[in-house]
Design a protein around this ligand. Structure first.
Ligand code: SR1
Ligand code: MG
Length: 421
């Protein structure tokens, strides 16, 4: 019997389509007991929560178009294939860091996975002013483990090349990143929008020729330097948290790219969370503690990344690059340390640049973030966004003279005191 043709699911269809799956009956319960809610609030997909007598499940299904825009922007269903393949690799490279997959149906572009409870989307929690112990450590470890173990530093040549070929097929999702992140913010692209009040700074940024060159240099890094398997869209909306856990979701943009990309995007989102806090104040200064904590997470995230990456470098460097046979086995361990310092230095430089473009595209492009969007007062929102735009520019153009994470957090603090409108 041939597999049913793809059909976008609705809550009413779920029991009929998934009720025969043993894993659903075993873990959720008999289909007639299910209640289903569609909870997707992302830009691309349908997400259902199924509740039965035994438990709950998440069913994520791709739509054949960009949900945020509509059917006028078709998008291939096979992005779910890349998401599935990224999730199983992330689970292997950093066990417990991603949701457990229960079932994958390529034809229906559907992944059934564990329902994370009482986890919440990190971005929403940060806007509410919530804090989570250990967050920077956990996310720093995730970045180091997935970036190191997905690269030529760790993988066998055959596996690495097979994965490079596999993820090279994620063309349309990469195309979104290539245009929405690296190009559209720097000219008046049709789908762009920005807060009223930013016109002046937007015009200045779009006529900043060095900035345009820097953005395209970064884009060239993204398209040409296939250093490791990236999550590809690692922001605070791609992390679900409790007081003791951080689980990374949604790697449908997975591709091979530069090591600094994921961590740069993630740090950008913590910096934007920091810079948006004044817009969420009920009384003057009541978000100061949250702002401090967000910079603390930023610092810890980067420092943990460096520590964990260094540990993996010293203990798991079994790939085709910087082989121990050249260094440690020749009693030249010092040279391996020198090489590590060089690699981390290049990741740092890339990280700063990618951080800057992410700050720009979330304010100037199509896909904005709730940290700023939920500031109801437009003038306050514009003031916060202008600081982020200015900081993004400093990071992109000044990367060569920014030497440590303390300088980045100090820059963020300074920005809060400045008016960039
Ligand atoms: C058209 S998709 C826009 C954005 O949403 C996704 O979450 C990615 O961040 C993408 O850039
Ligand atoms: Mg997403």
């Amino acid at each position: 019997m041939s597999a049913p043709v793809y059909a976008a699911l609705s809550p009413q269809m779920l029991a009929g389509r998934l009720g025969m799956l043993a894993v659903m009956v075993d873990r959720v319960g008999a289909p007639h007991t299910w209640t289903v809610r569609e909870v997707g609030d992302g830009n691309l997909n349908l997400v259902f929560v199924v509740t039965g007598t035994k438990g709950q499940a998440v069913v994520k299904q791709a739509l054949p178009y960009v949900r945020l825009v509509g059917e006028s922007w078709p998008l291939p269903l096979r992005r779910t294939f890349f998401e599935y393949n990224a999730l199983i690799r992330q689970q292997a490279r950093d066990p417990g860091s991603v949701p457990v997959i229960w079932h994958f149906d390529e034809g229906q572009a559907m992944i059934v996975m564990e329902y994370l409870s009482p986890h919440v989307i990190l971005r929403h929690a940060l806007i509410e002013g919530r804090q989570f112990a250990g967050l920077g450590v956990r996310l720093g470890q995730f970045c180091a483990r997935t970036l190191f173990r997905g690269s030529d530093l760790s993988m066998t040549a055959a596996n690495r090349k097979a994965d490079l070929a596999l993820f090279a097929g994620n063309v349309e999702l990469c195309d979104i990143t290539e245009n929405l992140v690296f190009s559209d913010p720097y000219f008046a692209a049709p789908l762009n929008r920005h807060t009223a009040g930013l016109d002046g700074i937007v015009a200045r940024l779009r006529s900043d020729l060095s900035l345009k060159v820097a953005a395209q240099d970064l884009k060239m890094g993204f398209t040409c330097r296939a250093e490791t398997m990236l999550h590809g869209d690692l922001h605070t909306g791609s992390v679900m948290v409790t007081d003791s856990e951080a689980i990374v979701i949604d790697p449908e943009f997975a591709t091979y790219g530069p090591m600094g990309f994921d961590i740069g995007m993630l740090i950008a989102n913590f910096l934007m969370a920091h810079l948006s806090q004044p817009g969420h104040e009920a009384t003057a200064g009541d978000r100061a503690g949250q702002q401090d904590w967000l910079l603390d997470v930023t610092r810890t995230l980067w420092q943990t990344f460096v520590t964990e990456f260094s540990l993996l470098w010293r203990s798991e460097r079994r790939g085709i690059l910087y082989q121990a046979s050249l260094y440690e086995d020749q009693s030249h361990g010092l040279a391996a340390e020198q090489a590590l310092t060089g690699v981390l230095g290049r990741i740092w430089q890339d990280m700063l640049g990618f951080c800057g473009v992410e700050m720009h595209r979330r304010i100037l492009g199509l896909a904005h973030n709730a940290d700023f969007e939920r500031i109801p007062d437009e003038a306050r929102r514009a003031a916060c966004e202008a600081r982020a735009l200015a900081m993004g520019r400093h990071l992109m153009l000044g990367a060569g003279s920014i030497h440590d994470i303390a300088s980045v957090t100090a820059m963020a603090r300074r920005m809060n005191k400045e008016d960039h409108l």
